[in-house]
Design a protein around this ligand. Structure first.
Ligand code: M1P
Length: 250
């Protein structure tokens, strides 16, 4: 198998693909990506989280200089070789009226939920998306894990998203479950395929995408299915390493 580094791009989701959900990358995974994979292919990260959280998980405050591309918030905040190359604002795009209509409804819905525990920050406003979290983002790791288990059984997020889709069919907003305790809300088209707009002009022969939430409704679905990418569904960071080892004969 012979190819040049600049011909192949590998894009990675973070939670469940390079790290366990919301946890830091393991030194062995980092070592594999940086020292085995990166000398062979171009590498980018495409996370739903904001840059601060991605940097925490990748254990490097300066991670934008470490990888060829870093796409935070699905690519709505985009870096190439350490330089900011794009930033979108949901506020400007959607407008305050629609945003408040949505936020007020979502807060009302969450006020009627009874969960094992409820903490704070139920809506987190980011640059390119709004994150909605029924348990509250300030929960502890143990409370996060507890909600994730509860949600598997009681489908709190699935029902919430279903309700929002019925309630707001015409707002042009997408509701996407990416992590363990929350879901993201953004304008149609502002899913992870947004990141492809930046890389498609860079002339790669192949763009591979690795993610775990590839089913419909998951935040890796659109980019996984996109004709511009070769999609790889993974089940854990170990599986990601296994698939890369086979694919690129590392
Ligand atoms: O995996 C990406 C998701 O990570 C977090 O999800 P949660 O807190 O629910 O585990 C959030 O940052 C979310 O926006 C993001 O899509």
């Amino acid at each position: 198998m012979s190819f040049k580094r600049e011909e192949i791009l590998c894009l990675f989701d973070i939670d469940g693909t390079l790290t366990k959900p919301r946890l830091r990358i393991l030194p062995s995974t980092e070592e594999f990506i940086l020292n085995k994979l990166m000398p062979k292919v171009t590498v980018g990260l495409v996370g739903g989280s904001d840059l601060k959280k991605i940097a925490e998980q990748m254990d490097d405050p300066n991670l934008v200089s470490k990888f060829d591309y870093v796409f935070a918030e699905n690519g709505l905040v985009a870096y190439k070789h350490g330089q900011l190359i794009g930033k979108m604002s949901i506020q400007q795009h959607v407008g305050e009226e629609i945003l408040q209509k949505f936020i007020n409804y979502a807060l009302g819905y969450m006020s009627k939920l009874t969960l094992p525990v409820k903490r704070g920050t139920f809506i987190e406003f980011r640059d390119g998306l709004v994150n909605v979290c029924p348990v509250g983002r300030s929960c502890s790791q143990a409370e996060r894990d507890q909600f994730a288990e509860y949600d598997k059984e009681h489908k709190i997020r699935e029902q919430f998203v279903e309700d929002l889709r019925n309630q707001f069919p015409d707002l042009g907003l997408v509701f996407s479950i990416g992590g363990q305790i929350s879901f993201d809300v953004f304008p149609k088209g502002w899913d992870k395929t947004y990141a492809l707009n930046y890389v498609e002009k860079d002339g790669f022969k192949e763009i591979h995408f690795f993610g775990d939430k590839t089913a419909p409704g998951g935040n890796d679905h659109e980019i996984f299915e996109d004709p511009r990418t070769i999609g790889h569904r993974v089940t854990s960071p170990e599986d990601t390493i296994q698939q890369l080892t086979t694919l690129f004969q590392l």
